[in-house]
Design a protein around this ligand. Structure first.
Ligand SMILES: *Cc1c(COP(=O)(O)O)cnc(C)c1O
Length: 401
């Protein structure tokens, strides 16, 4: 077959990439901590951090060291054999979470996919074939077919129809809406302790406690998707730490790897019903990424680390509350360093994010999580000066209502 003739105008350098989202033309080359440099040398304060992934910021030395050391030893052995890094990481996560066993994945969606399969198997063994998992409107659990079906993101129900069945939707913080869906076909309830993609919407402690009691009463599994809230993001180890509600199953992703692709599914012993052959994946428990995740957990466990998340979270929250009061917009949402600010005008968020990115001087990268809402997810080791810089930039572009 002959090549196509070249197009008349210069092709976009991005034409070889499938279009799945809108991105600015900027190409980033290098990062350090809270800062990112593009191919023109321009510097940006990064408050997106790979979508709440880079727990320790860009290019942290502890991760570089873990990668180097592990690359010299062994990268990948495969799921047919144990490797020391996966064993060490599983033991560490079990000790930190109070859950009993762990299964590693390559992403958050894959961890949730595993949780769904575990719940369905549990339902088959213990609950007469029950397979329905109650999830919530506006929730986000990933982009595989099953996790899109579990998600309550508007549009996901028709985008790649038909959906995977078995995910009736309740309303967050409305226990009666959950109770109304419980029936003989129900095996679990799955939710994010703070809905991230929905715009940083917290499940109230009373609602989570109510869910725990409801699940205990009906023998259902309570499954927390902590892909975004886990590993220190909220100022505690887990998003469920502060409300004090223990799950039966928890999934992790994003911040666990600090920038390398790893997720995890954790569960209580009584729920761990996978038999050999039920679940797996070529790269699951890969030694390289497990070594990095252990380095991330070590850094988060270091004295003072979570205290910094609390302090910086408080500093950012107070600044955002001051700006929100001036703008006359809604309350600041979220906990720790997972925060969101409402803007007064409909559909303003992506415009404001663009103005921040292209302002004179250092650019500032923030996430327009919803049309009218900005999300702030800095590195968990962000400094007080960097938070102050972010607040100054927001003051500059949001001068007042
Ligand atoms: C990002 C996210 C996911 C999906 O994780 P991927 O690594 O993108 O597959 C699932 N659940 C929540 C709560 C998330 O924030």
């Amino acid at each position: 077959m002959k090549d196509h003739p070249p197009p008349a105008s210069a092709p976009s350098p991005f034409a070889a990439l499938m279009t799945v989202t809108n991105r600015p033309d900027t190409v980033f080359m290098r990062g350090e901590g809270s800062w990112l440099w593009d191919d023109t040398g321009r510097r940006h304060l990064d408050v997106v951090q790979g979508w709440a992934v880079n727990t320790l910021g860009h290019a942290p030395p502890v991760i570089a060291e873990a990668l180097r050391a592990q690359a010299d030893r062994v990268l990948h052995i495969g799921p047919g054999f144990h490797n020391d890094q996966a064993v060490a990481l599983a033991n560490r996560l079990v000790a930190l979470s109070g859950l009993d066993r762990c299964f590693f994945t390559n992403s958050g969606a894959e961890a949730n996919e595993g949780a769904i399969k575990l719940a369905r198997k549990y339902g088959r063994i213990h609950r007469d074939g029950a397979y329905e998992i109650i999830t919530f409107t506006n929730s986000f659990h990933g982009r595989t077919l099953a996790t899109m079906s579990a998600s309550g993101k508007p549009g996901f129900d028709t985008l790649f129809a038909p959906q995977v069945p078995g995910f009736p939707k309740a309303r967050l913080n409305d226990l009666a809406s959950v109770e109304a869906l419980v029936g003989p076909g129900t095996v679990a309830v799955m939710l994010e302790p703070i809905q991230g993609e929905a715009g940083v919407v917290e499940a109230t402690p009373a609602f989570l406690q109510g869910l725990r009691a409801l699940c205990d009463h009906h023998g259902l599994l309570l499954m927390f998707d902590e892909v975004q809230t886990g590993v220190g993001r909220t100022g505690d180890w887990w998003g469920h730490t502060a409300p004090g509600v223990r799950p039966d199953v928890m999934t992790l992703g994003k911040g666990l790897g600090g920038g390398v692709p790893i997720g995890a599914l954790l569960a209580r012993e009584a729920v761990c019903c996978f038999a050999p052959g039920d679940q797996g994946g070529t790269y699951n428990g890969n030694a390289l990424v497990c070594a990095v995740a252990s380095a991330v957990l070590g850094a988060v466990a270091a004295p003072g680390f979570l205290e910094n998340v609390h302090a910086r979270g408080q500093q950012l929250r107070e600044g955002l509350e001051r700006i929100g009061a001036r703008l006359g917009s809604g309350p600041v949402r979220g906990r720790g360093l997972l925060l969101a600010l409402d803007l007064p005008g409909a559909g303003q968020a992506s415009h404001v994010a663009e103005v921040l990115r292209t302002r004179p001087g250092d650019g500032v990268l923030v996430n327009a999580v919803q049309p009218q809402r900005l999300r702030f997810v800095p590195a968990l080791n962000v400094s007080g000066d960097e938070v102050a810089l972010l607040l100054d930039a927001l003051d500059e572009v949001l001068p007042g209502a």
